[in-house]
Design a binder for this molecule. Structure first.
Ligand code: CP
Length: 337
């Protein structure tokens, strides 16, 4: 079979794949999609139709549970006038289990039906394996405890939309330092280094070396970097992105009926309306969701709550990612294949 010659940089597998040029371009595209959506809602049609090409097919291959990433990419595809197919259905497809079709044959088949692959796996090497197997562009939609680069693009876009120029801000992250969204987030911040960055983490758990390295890079770029162990110490920041401190038991569960352990987050790492009000804080609270007990529902009615707006802003960002990759525009960062 004659395989098209895709340029290197076809895949979004890591935050490392994204350069400052790419970030500016993707923000511009996402802002255009957001503007068009707002114009449509206001009954004003966009100045020119943007979706002229034949519909493309986006294949989602998820062996882990997902609400936002899977449905978000499917919704973004639909809004661009494209289609999506669920290419990892363990009950109905022939991949694995009873008929034992290999990953290789499955990917070779799926790529003939589609134009772009979105892969989430509990296996860290799976998106890389798919990327090597397929000539199609591949998005890593979360791989084990490694990375979640499209979530990081969404998070930076949400911050920019809700608080402005990232480089002028004080940004805090309260999270397990092994969480894949957190790793990609801090790696991606190197492209727009904030004035201050504060990591809020457990005092007695070693910091993930990849996170430590990303923080060292930020410090080298002039960001004032600090580590704290109580979320109250982040409430003078412009932004706080918060998740559970110990994600290991439930965040990376594969498909199946396994119960999710809803353990209580310890008090220093839980954000509540009381804490925000006591600190008279206007910190924007973000969370990649799903939330666990680290983010109390009492926060939902405060103006600080940005997490559902973050979900809303993920639509134009995912549209921008798909549009860019389907047009063959390469990622030009350090690890662009
Ligand atoms: N934020 C995120 O990755 O959510 P899902 O697990 O629902 O996709």
């Amino acid at each position: 079979m004659q395989r098209p010659n895709y340029p290197s940089g076809k895949d979004l597998l890591s935050a490392d794949a994204v350069s400052r040029f790419d970030l500016d371009d993707i923000f511009e595209r996402a802002e255009r999609h957001l503007r068009e959506e707002e114009q449509e809602k206001a009954g004003i049609l966009p100045e020119q139709p943007t979706h002229r090409r034949r519909p493309r097919v986006i294949a989602t291959l998820f062996d882990q549970r997902s609400t936002r990433t899977r449905l978000g990419f499917q919704a973004a595809a639909a809004r661009l006038g494209h289609q999506s197919i669920d290419a990892y259905d363990t009950d109905r497809s022939r991949m694995g289990t009873s008929t034992g079709e290999s990953v290789e044959d499955h990917i070779r088949t799926v790529e003939l039906y589609s134009d772009l692959l979105v892969v989430r796996s509990h296996l860290e090497d799976m998106p890389y394996r798919v990327s090597r197997l397929s000539y199609l562009p591949v998005i890593n939609a979360g791989n084990g405890a490694d990375e979640h680069p499209s979530q990081a693009l969404i998070d930076l876009f949400a911050i920019r939309q809700m608080r402005g120029d990232i480089e002028k801000l004080a940004i805090a992250l309260s999270s397990d330092t092994r969480a894949r969204f957190a790793v990609s987030f801090v790696k991606m911040l190197r492209l727009a280094p904030p004035k201050r960055f504060t990591l809020c983490c457990l005092p007695d758990v070693p910091i993930n070396p990849v996170m430590r390295e990303a923080m060292t890079v930020l410090a080298g770029l002039g960001t004032e970097v600090r580590i704290v162990h109580d979320v109250r110490q982040t409430l003078d920041h412009d932004v706080l992105s918060i998740q559970m401190q110990d994600m290991s038991r439930f965040a990376h569960a594969s498909l199946g009926n396994e119960a999710v352990d809803k353990e209580q987050e310890s008090e220093p790492f839980t954000i509540t309306a009381r804490k925000i009000l006591d600190a008279r804080s206007d910190t924007l609270i973000l969370n990649p969701l799903p939330r666990f007990s680290e983010l109390d529902t009492s926060c939902d009615s405060l103006p600080n709550a940005g997490y559902f707006r973050q979900v809303q802003l993920s639509v134009p960002m995912r549209m921008a990612i798909l549009e860019r990759m389907l047009s063959g525009v390469p990622w030009t960062g350090q690890a662009a294949n």
